[in-house]
Design a protein around this ligand. Structure first.
Ligand code: NAG
Ligand code: NAG
Length: 411
């Protein structure tokens, strides 16, 4: 009898705890990631993360949801909490937008699944709205649509200036932001699972290297995006190339002094842009140069953009793409692990020094199993590449601990 009562009490106690835990989880309002000065914040405290790219999630989800679930659950197990992916696939087959304003519902439901499943794994999404490059349609597909509609188009760079093309782009922005998720029933613009929008993956412009054309486009599209959705953060999608507003920095920091038609400073000065991004591929950008030269470049790339983000722009910085290709000369898994560790150490120490202005990094790219057809040399298959996964996990834990420490000192 007595032992029955103790047993019952234990059982009820455990049940009460379970219910409490459940209530706490259910009661906690999902919070949007916001910005306070040069920091990303959530619930008033600095938001730090370790994250990854997986551009293909929507496409794969429209065909094979299990692969998306596996990728997201492996990522969550490695402590990754932010994922950057494409909310576009223009023209082509299969596509999200097959022609201007015409959408493939099955593909859109793939994106619904990605958002819902990310939420279930406590992963936040950065959703990019168009590509600079031809993969998945991009700028080139948009101007082709306008050409087909009788517009006089000179080059793909008319994307930034042709009124009809700009309207097509705005229509797409509106379509995605106001989409009501068929699984969660929440409109994308109201869903805190989405960390931010990205105007374009890696904007570039050949007809105007100064950066002014792209900055004018950023101004117009950033204002438009925020007019539909003022809850979410917004970023451009830049690699970080300097333009005409900082001639000294073009020479000092752009790889080989190249200009690619963007101006890191003037575009990121636009009011509606909340945080800055850089990408870095020194193996490709500095071909034929020594490992030492690449490391020096990377150090300066970090340091100059971080200085500019915090001191000139007063906005947080995210390292939105970096990776190590298996095709790089001298590649080994150890070389990749060392490279990741190096990048992670810089992110961590800058995040620590600044109390959170360097918010985190996104490795290109992470995959679950059975994704061979998406291998691009940069893939990290979390369940198979155990040493790299350990390096990633270590950084996730470090950033989470730092976030905790910084929010502790915040109250
Ligand atoms: C996420 O979890 C909810 C509640 O458990 C479930 O209804 C939903 O189907 C899940 N989402 C996905 C994409 O599996
Ligand atoms: C960034 O700022 C620090 C501190 O002011 C300075 O020491 C460093 O040289 C700057 N880095 C670059 C690349 O400008």
């Amino acid at each position: 009898m007595a032992s029955f009562v103790v047993g019952l009490r234990r059982f009820l106690g455990a049940l009460a705890l379970l219910l409490l835990a459940h209530q706490a989880a259910a009661a906690e309002p999902p919070a949007f990631v916001g910005r306070s000065g040069s920091k990303l914040v959530v619930n008033g405290s600095p938001f730090l993360f370790n994250g990854f790219n997986a551009y293909w999630l929507m496409n794969v989800a429209s065909e094979d949801q299990a692969k998306v679930s596996k990728t997201l659950s492996d990522a969550a197990a490695a402590g990754l909490t932010v994922c950057r992916t494409w909310a576009f696939n223009d023209g082509g087959n299969p596509s999200l937008q097959s022609s201007p304003g015409v959408y493939n519902e099955k593909m859109f439901q793939g994106l619904d699944f990605v958002v819902s499943e990310a939420k279930n794994h406590s992963i936040r999404l950065i959703l990019s709205l168009v590509n600079n490059f031809k993969d998945y349609g991009g700028r080139s597909q948009y101007v082709q649509w306008a050409r087909d509609a009788g517009e006089s188009i000179q080059t793909d760079d008319d994307f930034y200036t042709n009124a009809k093309v700009k309207q097509y782009y705005k229509n797409h922005v509106q379509k995605v932001l106001t989409r009501v998720n068929t699984i969660t029933k929440v409109a994308y613009k109201d869903d805190p699972t989405i960390l931010s929008w990205e105007l374009m993956n890696e904007p570039r412009c050949e007809v105007d290297y100064s950066g002014q054309t792209v900055t004018a486009w950023v101004k117009e599209m950033a204002a438009y995006t925020k007019s539909i959705d003022s809850k979410h953060l917004l970023q451009v999608g830049f690699e970080g190339f300097y333009g005409n507003s900082t001639p000294d920095k073009i020479k000092l920091y752009n790889p080989n002094g190249y200009q690619l038609g963007t101006d890191f400073i003037t575009s990121n000065q636009v009011n509606e842009i909340d945080y800055t991004t850089i990408h870095a591929y020194p193996d490709i950008w500095l071909q034929g140069q020594s490992e030492e030269a690449r490391k020096t470049f990377l150090q300066q790339w970090f340091s100059s953009h971080w200085n500019d983000s915090v001191k000139v722009l007063g906005k947080p910085l995210v390292f939105a793409e970096f990776g190590k290709s298996k095709t790089a000369p001298g590649y080994s898994q150890k070389v990749r692990d060392d490279f990741f560790s190096y990048v992670y150490d810089v992110i961590y120490s800058d995040a620590e020094t600044s109390g959170g202005s360097f918010s985190g990094g996104l490795v290109w790219q992470v995959m679950g199993d059975g994704m061979e057809s998406y291998y691009d040399g940069y893939e990290v298959v979390l369940s198979q590449d155990s040493t790299t996964t350990a390096v990633i996990k270590k950084q996730s834990d470090a950033m989470a601990a730092l976030e905790k420490r910084l929010s502790g000192s915040h109250h």
